[in-house]
Design a protein around this ligand. Structure first.
Ligand code: FAD
Length: 322
């Protein structure tokens, strides 16, 4: 089932989760343990992140240079197949532009279609100096909108080469939004203009970057609505669990941590997890009161902080959709 149908048919806000494949060579056992815990909460869908291939050079003892190409976290499509067929839940694989040719992306979409997967989240990925497309002479998607266009073209039967009797696809496409602005955008208005173009190209719903200040989310939604964006804008949340997150999260995700939260954690770092769970539960309560269509949790390796926050939520009553 499509994510957009889940939102359209829901009679209360949906709680969804996002997992990350294990590092190359790592066991999938921990991921399934996490999924087992999450499944008790009947999520409508689970996102699985995708990661660009990287290349690096190694100088060998004889002075020759060896080139390595590897993906740090392979396995997105396999995990999505497992989520669909082991748990019967809709998976949402992320697809990225960075490091992939359009031909490779088309192959991935054909695989997803054969697996009966109805959804993808189309994102650009972070530009990496060492990201390596694996096919020569391929064509590339530069921005997420180019990827949205490729997927929607396939839905209309338009493959990269003329294919007679093309297998029909009908993917629902999610796109990313940034309440505190994407770090490369000159300002929030410009960023929202690009987001509107992504939605107009066929983005069916938006999931936001994590944030810790609800005001940023509500301001962003108001601006999106003023710009004519009508689709669901789902807040993405992560639970802060360690004092080092105070530096790490702003640095890597270009977001603000409110002073009240950072002061509380710094005053009592031993209890960072409890403080983070409490903060997230409070954030969720306000977001639900504000009429969000759902909450999407970035759980990375450990779902328990997010589930502890969900346990505190006033779900089970009607909430007006924003
Ligand atoms: P885009 O929409 O392409 O925007 C990128 C920047 O370019 C923005 O500043 C935008 O304003 C600007 N822009 C867009 N179009 C144009 C244009 N035509 N001309 C000029 N400027 C333009 N990364 C991963 O590697 N794997 C993942 O699985 C993953 N999952 C994510 C999930 C979510 C919900 C979010 C919010 C992020 C995720 N990311 C992931 C990170 C994401 O790849 C980065 O944030 C990336 O830098 C931007 O991706 P985007 O899809 O928002 O890019």
């Amino acid at each position: 089932m499509k994510v957009i149908e889940h939102y359209d048919q829901a009679d209360e806000p949906l709680i969804s989760f996002e997992i990350i494949p294990p590092k190359r060579g790592g066991s999938v056992k921990k991921v399934f343990e996490s999924l087992d815990k999450v499944m008790k909460y009947n999520p409508p869908f689970i996102d699985v992140t995708y990661h660009a291939a990287e290349s690096y050079y190694e100088e060998l003892s004889d002075g020759t240079i060896k080139r390595h190409v590897k993906r740090k976290r392979p396995g997105t499509i396999g995990l999505c197949a497992a989520i669909k067929h082991k748990y019967g839940v809709d998976p949402v694989p992320h697809l990225i532009c960075e490091g992939f040719t359009k031909e490779e992306t088309e192959d991935a979409l054909i695989e997803l279609n054969f697996l009966g997967i109805d959804n993808v989240l189309a994102i650009r990925g972070d530009a990496q100096e060492n990201a390596t497309p694996r096919l020569k002479n391929g064509t590339f998607n530069k921005y997420a909108i180019d990827l949205v266009n490729q997927i929607k073209d396939m839905n209309r039967g338009k493959y990269l080469e003329d294919i007679v009797n093309a297998h029909e696809t009908n993917f629902c496409v999610g796109v990313a939004g940034y309440p505190e602005k994407h770090f490369e955008a000159p300002n929030l208005d410009f960023d929202i203009e690009q987001l509107k173009k992504k939605v107009d190209a066929g983005g069916d719903y938006i999931v936001t970057q994590m944030f810790f200040d609800n005001e940023a989310y509500f301001r962003f939604v108001d601006k999106c609505r003023d710009a004519g964006i009508k689709c669901p804008i789902v807040p993405g949340l992560k639970v802060l669990t360690r004092e080092r997150h105070l530096n790490f999260l702003p640095k890597f995700f270009h977001l603000n941590i409110p002073e009240a939260l950072s002061d509380e954690v710094q005053a009592d770092p031993e209890n960072a997890r409890e403080i983070g769970v409490e903060w997230a539960a409070q954030q969720c309560t306000e977001l639900l009161e504000g009429g969000v269509p759902g909450i999407h949790f970035y759980i990375m390796g450990d779902p328990t902080p997010a589930l502890d926050a969900v346990d505190q939520l006033p779900l089970g009553h009607d909430v007006v959709k924003r």
